[in-house]
Design a protein around this ligand. Structure first.
Ligand code: XMP
Length: 508
């Protein structure tokens, strides 16, 4: 399969670049500049390399520099931001700092046609974010774009296939950003665009059919998108040799456990064993108020329940996990292969020979597309994210059955009103939080003290940052009126208007 390397120089640029490359139907892998040499890059058959941006200055002593032989490896290279400056610096150009040349934000770009900028009009808008700049392009490079302040906004050495842009083509604000990537990937690297989700899914099914034939395979189904897609994929490969254990922690949203079980069993034809463990989780969480403790206890309890169920199956050959690419990047794991040794918490509780992680190379949006390619219902694949520890971290303070019940109802009303209004298309995650704040209210003639519910809705691409959703007042008013009149004990509703940062999406 053709693939491109995204060589990561730190900062937050790696994932947006890899995603934009994959959106052009070309598979991209992110590897840290420290972890790969020129020889390894060539041996692994990459069609090209993209150097990412980064927060450092190339001329500082500890600045990240890659293996210098990468520049002469003969593969096409595109440097972006810091990556462009690094190319200039390593190839003998001049990179310097001058405060009057710093640029941040949308900037007019003047370009005069080139291989990389083929199709650009003479003037367009690009996104800039740099303090340092390239004062002089290296020998053999010619400058193909500039801005009012920045003398080298793009440069290229078409003989050696090395290109650089000071601006950020991966940012939506760069008008012709996709064209830069398209020109580089298709015209310069010679890619043909074979990374398509239906093909990925077909290949994985065939691979697992062979690999897991006649094996006893187990999967812990959380009800989330990742584990469900992994379950459907492996199920289509080996049918009922896959057993899915769905642990109902009692911390899911209203009717969700039934919905997950029904969808998996009746629509997706997966072999599911549901374990109702709500009471166990509730007693394990009794008296616990710290969010970290809640997360730890839930993880432990989950493993215990799963282990008990697994034991009933006898020896298991393979455990499937719904690990996705961002989990792999967070863990810092390098290779994207079938793991024969097994890893992760499950290994401590279930004995098995190997672990399969069929979604290990996919970003979240690709997992959703894989779900669609597998024939899963759209509303199932595009459900909003829901944290693993569930309502436990949306119930501030000690968790009780009553608080959970109240939260579940309030959350259901809020979600229903958002869905009814059609506003679910404009917000990416929305839910209710049960606080441990009490406030006074009036009930008929009486003053009463009741609970405070927070409504939270955010818009976000990746949940690393998020903004609070500007939900129309009418929707909030209806949700508030319904919650206070239909659910006893709630005297106050507040709407959370904090972006991330400084707040997080969840309250705990
Ligand atoms: P925060 O609150 O960190 O949330 O801004 C970002 C995204 O992550 C989800 N989240 C979690 N997901 N286990 C999970 O599986 C957790 O402990 C957890 N905490 C937050 C959150 O719902 C949001 O989508």
């Amino acid at each position: 399969m053709e693939k491109v390397l995204v060589l990561d120089f730190g900062g937050h640029y790696n994932q947006p670049i890899a995603r934009k490359v994959r959106e052009q139907n070309i598979y991209a892998e992110i590897v840290s500049y420290q972890k790969i040499t020129a020889d390894e890059i060539v041996a692994q058959g990459y069609k090209g390399i993209i150097f990412t941006g980064g927060p450092d200055s190339v001329f500082e002593p500890d600045a990240p520099h890659c293996d210098a032989a990468i520049l002469s490896a003969g593969l096409p290279i595109l440097g972006i931001g810091y990556g462009c400056q690094l190319i200039a610096y390593m190839a003998g150009g001049k990179v310097t700092y001058a405060s009057e040349i710093s640029e941040f934000g949308a900037t007019e770009l003047i370009s005069d046609g080139s291989e990389l900028l083929d199709g650009f009009p003479p003037v367009s808008i690009c996104w800039m974010s740099h303090r340092n700049h390239i004062k002089e392009a290296p020998l053999g490079f010619h400058v193909t774009a500039y801005t009012e302040r920045c003398p080298v906004a793009a440069m290229e050495n078409s003989k050696d296939h090395i290109y650089g842009v000071q601006f950020h083509p991966e940012m939506i604000e760069t008008e012709y950003g996709e064209l830069v990537l398209h020109n580089f990937l298709y015209n310069i690297c010679g890619c043909v665009g074979e990374w398509k989700m239906d093909r990925f899914v077909e290949e994985k099914i065939a691979q697992y059919r062979e690999r897991l034939a006649d094996k006893k395979v187990l999967l812990a189904l959380s009800g989330g998108v990742d584990s469900s897609v992994a379950a459907v994929l492996v199920n289509q490969a080996i049918g009922d040799n896959l057993t899915c254990v769905f642990v109902d922690t009692g911390l899911l949203r209203k009717d969700e456990a039934d919905h997950v079980e029904k969808t998996c069993r009746d629509i997706l034809n997966i072999n599911v064993t549901r374990v109702d463990a709500a009471d166990r989780f509730l007693s394990a969480l009794k008296g616990v108020t710290s969010p970290d403790e809640k997360r730890r206890i839930i993880g432990e309890e989950f493993n215990k329940v799963f282990e008990e169920e697994a034991k009933k199956l006898g020896k298991v050959d393979c455990v499937v996990q719904g690990t996705i690419y961002s989990d792999v990047l967070e863990r810092g794991a390098g290779d994207i292969t079938f793991s024969a040794s097994g890893e992760g918490a499950l290994h401590q509780v279930v004995e098995y020979d190997e672990m399969a992680e069929p979604l290990r190379s996919l970003f979240k949006d690709e997992v959703r597309k894989a779900g669609l390619a597998l024939g899963m219902p759209e509303e199932f694949c595009y459900r909003q994210p829901f944290p693993g520890p569930g309502l436990a971290i949306r119930c501030v303070g000690e968790i009780t059955k009553e608080k959970l019940e109240t939260l579940r109802e309030a959350d259901a009303i809020f979600r229903e009103e958002i869905a009814k209004s059609g506003y679910d298309r404009f917000t990416n995650q929305y839910f209710a939080v049960m606080t441990d704040t009490h406030s006074v209210g009036v009930l008929g003639e009486e003053r009463v003290v009741g609970s405070t519910i927070v409504l939270r809705a955010v818009t976000s691409d990746d949940f690393m940052t998020a903004d609070w959703s500007r939900i129309p007042y009418e929707i909030l008013a209806t949700a508030s009126a319904r919650i206070t009149s239909e659910i006893p004990g709630i005297t106050r509703i507040v709407y959370d208007i904090t972006p991330k940062p400084p707040a997080t999406v969840e309250w705990q």
